[in-house]
Design a protein around this ligand. Structure first.
Ligand code: DMJ
Length: 548
């Protein structure tokens, strides 16, 4: 068996990376900010520093926790909350490939080859899809090695019973071999972000395997979302799994919601912008978010996105770290949607700025998990109206350059959860902002963020989440999540390297930062999978739940 791994060289990785999908890379006009950069040596050194951080933290995981899911870096124990299949390894393979850490890739391939998915196990659908299935699909897309694809296909099939509900929305969890769904802490409820963040992975898997059941299962979810839209583009946080009835009065782009909105744009991008219903859904949702959930703080004029409550969409004025992905999503939409409303670009800039401020305001330079803004913030669209009426005088509201506080100065918001969980959303948005605007401030801010991680999250060789970002020395919690390897360090590396490893016109990241190549459906696939492209003939079947 070892012989096939020996062929696994970095040359092979990048040969396949550029050729497995559509032959040699097409000519991409160089983006203006990619011209020879006098600071290249500095940024190369910074990218190498991130690579060294990955190597060090991964070595600690391998030494102490492998083959379990995650390292507990304070106690030097491990956890197995993600199926016990080696989540940190499985989530990291494509990061290793992009960083050209060939020895680690080789060892990972041995692990994947031996991985048995058929033992009795409790699986959470969402985490399994975004981390394991997404990780395997990207590893295959980058390398062309079919070991990853075979396992992705097996995993995709094993998870299919989770879609088999009377409403068609997926269960939260499942036991294997086939047992009852809905057995974990969510019981008979399904969470929006969790059942609506699997479509990219399953549709790409269908493209690779030719299996229609993968598309059918997830296209039913898209149809369910279309039928359950509120306020023009918002979705409640939870639904009863059996009836599909909403079971929450709250709308959010943070916990329980985030990637459901993210996938609308990304599904449109992933199939080469050929399926306009995804764009239509995304634009409606973006508009509803802009109209109802974006607020500006009274004194620092910081733009933030808050949860709102039914029926009047009353704002809570909370701001979650998880919501910081929205800046990058709006930036990606701005760069890819023709003639898009300029509010998307302003929101990307303003939200990215606020996310940076929440880091730069703290003693550690790392941002808290949740903040509460004063209750008298103003709706952003109302401020925009006044600005328009005044002939657009001065900067766009909410896009002002508020500066970080000095020690003792009031931040205006209150920190209600002071942890930093090594999450990626802020550096993810900095990366997308840098790639789509070319403004080097996003790189500089990303470097400051990474220095915060180095200075305050590093514990010897590994890293640990912070219990309080406001205190130096920072207290730690006993956690090193797999997404630190999959996302935080990957986005940091991509932000600092001058190489355009993942051109955004050829790849699209799933919500766990696993890149999926952009493709278009063939005529055969359109018929087989019942893909409806406007202006093209298709039969008029209606998707049904319980398709299995
Ligand atoms: C990751 O698993 C994914 O980014 C998910 O979409 C949100 N939560 C974590 C990172 O914070």
């Amino acid at each position: 068996m070892a012989a096939s791994y020996v062929e696994w060289t970095s040359h092979a990785i990048f040969h396949s990376f550029h050729n497995a999908f559509g032959g040699p890379p097409p000519h991409h006009p160089q983006a203006p900010w990619m011209h020879p950069n006098p600071q290249s040596a500095l940024w190369k050194e910074r990218a190498d520093t991130v690579k060294a951080a990955f190597r060090s933290a991964y070595a600690a995981y391998e030494r102490t926790a492998y083959p379990h899911d995650e390292l507990r870096p304070v106690s030097n124990l491990h956890s197995d909350n993600l199926n016990g299949w080696g989540a940190s390894l499985m989530d990291s393979i494509d990061t290793m490939m992009l960083m050209r850490l060939d020895d680690l890739v080789e060892r990972s391939l041995v692990h994947v080859s031996k991985l048995k998915l058929d033992r009795n196990s409790y699986v959470q659908f969402f985490e399994t899809v975004i981390r394991y299935l997404g990780g395997l699909l990207s590893a295959y897309a980058i390398s062309g090695n079919t070991v990853y694809l075979t396992h992705a296909d097996e995993l995709g099939t094993r998870l299919l019973p989770i879609f088999n509900t009377t409403s068609g929305v997926a269960h939260f969890d499942e036991t294997w071999p086939r047992g009852a769904g809905g057995i974990g802490w969510m019981g008979s409820l399904s969470i929006l972000s969790e059942f609506a963040s699997c479509q990219m992975e399953y549709r790409y898997l269908a493209h690779l395997t030719g299996r229609p059941e993968y598309v059918q299962a997830v296209d039913y979810i898209t149809e369910f979302l279309q039928n359950n839209t509120e306020h023009g583009g918002l979705f409640p946080l939870q639904f009863a799994t059996s009836t599909g009835a909403p079971s929450s009065d709250r709308f959010s782009v943070g916990a329980k919601a985030d990637s459901a909105y993210e996938y609308l744009l990304k599904e449109w991008l992933m199939t080469g912008k050929t399926e306009p219903h995804f764009l239509d859904m995304y634009l409606k949702s973006a508009d509803a978010i802009i109209e109802n959930m974006l607020y500006v703080s009274p004194s620092r004029h910081l733009l933030y996105v808050t949860d709102v409550l039914r029926p009047s969409l009353h704002p809570i004025h909370d701001f979650q770290h998880l919501s910081c992905f929205l800046s990058g999503l709006f930036a990606l939409g701005t760069a890819t949607i023709p003639d898009v409303d300029p509010r998307h670009a302003w929101a990307a800039e303003g939200l990215g700025h606020t996310c940076w401020i929440t880091y730069a305001d703290t003693a550690t330079g790392l941002g808290p998990e949740m903040m509460l803004f004063p209750q008298n913030g103003t709706r952003w669209v109302d401020e925009l109206k006044v600005w328009e009426q005044k002939g657009r005088e001065g900067v766009v509201p909410g896009v002002s350059e508020a500066t970080p506080v000095t020690p003792g100065e009031h931040t205006e918001y209150r920190v209600v959860d002071s942890r930093y969980l090594l999450r990626p959303e802020t550096i993810e948005s900095f990366y997308i902002m840098w790639r789509t605007t070319g403004d080097s401030k996003w790189r500089d801010r990303g470097w400051a963020l990474f220095e915060g991680i180095e200075n305050h999250a590093m514990l010897g060789t590994a890293y640990a989440s912070l219990a309080d970002v406001r205190t130096v020395p920072a207290p730690h919690t006993d956690e090193l999540p797999s997404f630190f390897f999959a996302e935080t360090l990957k986005y940091a590396y991509l932000l600092f390297t001058d190489e355009e490893l993942i051109p955004l016109d050829r790849w699209v990241f799933n919500t766990e930062a696993h890149p999926i190549p952009i493709f278009t459906w063939s005529e055969t696939e359109k018929k087989l999978f019942d893909i409806r492209i406007p202006g093209e003939n298709h039969n008029n079947t209606t998707l049904q739940p319980n398709i299995l």
